[in-house]
Design a protein around this ligand. Structure first.
Ligand SMILES: [Cu+2]
Length: 275
């Protein structure tokens, strides 16, 4: 059973990492680590994570070794007459100074990464992700000025469409590959959060304000995410599906989408009630 599950996980991982052109960034069985990076921001988050792993592992090993040494060398049997020393200036300076140096070493790449995420390059494409209880509305105010709703598929529809359960949507959002995409998020009712792990994006969608973030998808394929701010009863059922396509395919989609969603001018409440 375990072996079979491992084999499935390895196959899923191979499908994600493999250069087949259709990267699918979705959770898989026995997933242990973060989803493979598909944007410069996520690649840097992964690098930073590796750095932290090295530092925390080293600290764990050093502290454990010290404990073992103290237990063996200074137990009552091997050290019957304990030292009365209560101060050691060099030691005290060291155990204050070394953690400070470690924290500064972590802070430098951390701030660099924060600024890299926050400083949005000049976008090639901009869309709005509007969180609603409980679906997403996407608007393309610059590329054609249209908007559409994106609802989760039912489990049966997922199966039929070959989508991962609870992650497929009826109307995915399309973006071109290797282009800077700016995402402007807002909430129409309560706070939601637009998050796609493979892009390293998680931005709160707050009513009354617009939060901006960005990504540059580096691989063509389908990417999944979920609302990541508890927003009510159906919070778990408002997934995000992003199709990263070639520039030509993006323009083909834009043309079709403009026509398909042209009638979306009625008030939202009407459409919600009709579903
Ligand atoms: Cu939510």
């Amino acid at each position: 059973m375990f072996l079979k599950k491992t084999a499935v996980a390895v196959a899923a991982l191979a499908a994600i990492l493999g250069g087949t052109g259709t990267a699918v960034a979705a959770p898989y069985d026995w997933e242990m680590d973060m989803q493979a990076a598909a944007s410069p921001v996520m690649a840097q988050i992964e690098d930073f994570h590796q750095l932290l792993l090295i530092i925390t592992t080293a600290i764990c090993i050093i502290v454990a070794a010290l404990l073992v040494w103290v237990m063996i060398r200074y137990n009552q049997r091997s050290n019957p007459v304990p030292s009365k020393t209560s101060h050691n200036t060099l030691l005290e300076v060291a155990w204050t100074g070394i953690p400070v140096i470690i924290l500064v070493l972590i802070a430098i790449p951390s701030f660099r990464l924060l600024y890299f995420e926050a400083d949005i390059p000049k976008p090639d494409v901009t869309f709005e992700a509007i969180g609603k209880q409980w679906f997403w509305t996407y608007a393309f105010p610059k590329d054609g000025n249209f908007q559409f709703d994106s609802y989760m598929l039912t489990a049966a529809q997922d199966k039929k469409a070959g989508e991962p359960r609870l992650l497929g949507v009826d109307n995915p959002v399309y973006v071109p590959v290797n282009k800077v995409v700016e995402v402007d998020t807002t909430g129409a009712d309560v706070i939601h959060s637009w998050a796609v792990p493979a892009f390293g994006v998680k931005m709160d969608a707050i009513p009354g304000r617009i939060n901006r973030t960005w990504f540059k998808a580096t691989k063509i394929g389908t990417y999944y995410g979920e609302c990541s701010e508890l927003c009510g009863a159906n919070h778990a059922f408002m997934p995000i599906e992003v199709k990263v396509v070639s520039e030509a395919d993006y323009h083909t989609w834009l043309k079709a989408a403009k026509k398909k969603y042209a009638a979306n001018d009625e008030p939202d409440a009407v459409r919600v009630a009709a579903k």
